[in-house]
Design a protein around this ligand. Structure first.
Ligand code: FAD
Length: 318
């Protein structure tokens, strides 16, 4: 079922969902099931699976020369989605990225998703490869999420890249995009970033999932700005509790967000990492209760494959 229909059917009740990473190449799907099982008691109507672009590694040969090799550490997003749908009978939402795909490969992947009965996709530009200092589009691939979105919208209207094929089937994907309450890090300012978000919604996006945030006022200001500017699609807050003290530095660095002073000081005054985790979880419980009161359609957790903190939070909130 489409995410927008899950939200409609919930009639104002806040839903629970989460995302995880596909298995590391060579590892069993069991690790994914172990990460999902503890969260099934909260009836997620959908589970997201992220997509990771290939990176480069250097292989050393016997003669000492290094060879640059493209390598995808977690290659199986689509298969992980199929396994989740088969085992749990919930909707799996693959993240679809621009990086690493030509337009033709993107189209073929979307056809596979349609055949598998996947109704929703989250379209993203994707992160830069670790080995690149900035995002580099794939030759003949899409450069922005809005272009990838347009591609899916075209297929939903029965328009494929090659118009010499007969009896083209219209796909029927419900399409999500990313939004950044504290702005995307490459954007010169919030308004410019917002302009491109609006372009994605006007281009056909059905819902928005936000980057994580630790201050609900940021989410509220973002939702208000969207509504004032005619963006009326559901805005799903993306959430992640702080679980160790190193994240005070790593989360702002990686995700370009602010951690409020009160939370920072509470973590800095902890005597152990166990205490840090408790503080992080308590903070997130408070945030989630407030977001429910604010009418957030879904609380969407970035679990990164570790379900325990999310389970504690969901037990306190749902
Ligand atoms: P875009 O919407 O394309 O925006 C990228 C930047 O370009 C922004 O600064 C925007 O303001 C600007 N911009 C947009 N359109 C234009 C234009 N036409 N001209 C000029 N500038 C423009 N990454 C992964 O690799 N895999 C994942 O699975 C994944 N999942 C994510 C899930 C969520 C909910 C979120 C919030 C992020 C996720 N990311 C993922 C990270 C995301 O790919 C990065 O943040 C990426 O840098 C931007 O992606 P986007 O889709 O927001 O890009």
């Amino acid at each position: 079922m489409k995410i927008v229909d899950h939200i409609k059917n919930a009639k104002g009740k806040t839903l629970f969902s989460f995302e995880l990473l596909p298995p590391i190449k060579g590892q069993s799907i069991k690790g994914i099931f172990d990460a999902i099982d503890p969260l099934m008691e909260f009836n997620p109507p959908f589970i997201d699976v992220t997509y990771l672009r290939e990176d480069y590694i250097y292989k050393q040969h016997a003669n000492g020369l290094l060879e640059k090799v493209a390598y995808r550490k977690r290659p199986s997003t689509v298969a992980t989605c199929a396994a989740i749908m088969n085992k749990y009978r919930v909707d799996a939402v693959p993240h679809l990225i621009c990086g690493g795909f030509t337009k033709d490969e993107t189209e073929n992947a979307l056809i596979d998703l349609q055949f598998l009965g996947i109704d929703n996709v989250l379209v993203l530009r994707g992160d830069a490869r670790k080995s690149d200092s900035a995002f580099v589009p794939t030759p003949d691939g899409h450069a922005y999420a809005s272009e990838l979105l347009q591609h899916v919208v075209n297929m939903n209207n029965g328009r494929y890249l090659h118009d010499d094929i007969d009896n083209l089937e219209k796909t029927d994907f419900c399409i999500g995009v990313a939004g950044y309450p504290e702005k995307h890090f490459e954007s010169p300012n919030l308004d410019t970033d917002f302009k491109y978000l609006k372009q994605k919604v006007e281009g056909g996006a059905d819902f928005i999932v936000t980057q994580m945030f630790f201050d609900n006022r940021r989410y509220k200001a973002f939702v208000d700005k969207c509504r004032e500017n005619g963006i009326n699609v559901p805005i799903i807050p993306g959430l992640k509790p702080i679980t160790n003290s190193k994240q005070l530095m790593s989360l702002p660095k990686v995700f370009h967000l602010d951690i409020p002073l009160e939370l920072t000081e509470a973590i800095q005054s902890c005597k152990s990492e166990k205490e840090v985790k408790e503080v992080g979880i308590e903070w997130m419980i408070h945030q989630c209760k407030e977001l429910k009161e604010m009418g957030a359609p879904v609380l969407h957790f970035y679990t990164m494959g570790n379900p325990e903190p999310t389970r504690k939070i969901a037990r306190a909130v749902f």
